[in-house]
Design a protein around this ligand. Sequence first.
Ligand SMILES: [Zn+2]
Length: 419
Amino acid sequence: MGASGKQDFVIQNARTLYSDKTLDILVSNGLIAQTGSKLEAGDSYDAQGRIVAPGFVNIHTHLDKADLLSLMKPSDFGKSLEENRELLKKFKKNYTVKNVKERAKKVALEMLANGCTAIRTQVDVDSTCGLTSLKALTELKDELKQCVTLQTCAFPQQGVVEEKSRALIEEALKEGADLLGGLPLVEKGEEAQLQHIDILFELAKKYGVDLEVQIDESNDPRNFMLPILAEKTIENKMQGRVSATHCISLSAQSEQVAKETIKLVKQAGINVIVTPSANMITRFNLPDDVHSRPSNSITLVKELAEAGVNVAMGTDNIRDIFYPLGNSSMLREMHVLASATRMTRDKDPQLLTEMASINGAKIMGLNHGLEKGAPADLIVLNAKTPNEILNRTPIIPKIFKAGTPVSETVLDQNVRCLA
Ligand SMILES: [Zn+2]
């Protein structure tokens, strides 16, 4: 028994992402104490040669809106982004701490069962719902801390340029939101959008928080804020503390512009966050729009990663007004990303798993991995080789949070062909 009262135990017969050899992982006081062979403890779990990896990290989602679909009919959807924003407002007027928390909890636990031991959620802060969603998510963060690490990002759905909206965002940061989100697109006109970015940096520095800005969610090359965000990051000396989510239009630039931008992004230490499924059907380009080519609906993931940029992955919206699908599975997101970007090279299963796991943890500032001293936030994958991670039934047989089993899924192997 460790000092924390947690029983020491060993995960036996585990493979890692990087080696074909099996090893044992000794967990003590909820932390990884040692990896090696023939390790022993009072208790044990046999991984049966499966890959044991650090838990998935869903770095970008919207738990406050998640599963709103359960409260509506498909015919309720609007025909444009504006109509859907109005529809969302109707729901938000009826938000209570209790009903937001209930939906958020249901989907957070769904994410946990799919292997997420850490989640960063955007939380709408605006005049329609005020701080109700933030209160709900702050309560949930505490309630679930034994099984999942939650981070809350104050998301200015109505912008920050208008004095009243900005004051509300400051209120959210004082109330304990973990970081500041941004969405320049909600401001009217280019000048206000640039001002939005300046105010974000001002507030991030004032409250000492990281920034995550949603930009360039479009296949139109003219919507291109990434270079500006990178320059402002350097100017404000916030290298390493800023993330840019979506960055779709980077794929629509000429090779030369894309190359220069990626270099600048690397210099600025900007993390790039990709949300594959939602990006593929981004509502910011209507289906008949010439810029809605699926070929470039996702940012230049391979090129960014090859340049040394930290690229991480999130599910984005789950079953809500902006994205009606989603089962909270990071494995599914990995699969979509692999297909959409032709990431089918030998090394890609490892890269994709890192994007869904340790790269997101790096953004959240978590000690996450298989190194000695890291919390034993571990998932047992239904795979004995990296390739099988993408090619076998996407379940996570066992999940540990700080060494404690928190989820188990049993796959019935006795499938009988009736043909
Ligand atoms: Zn989002």
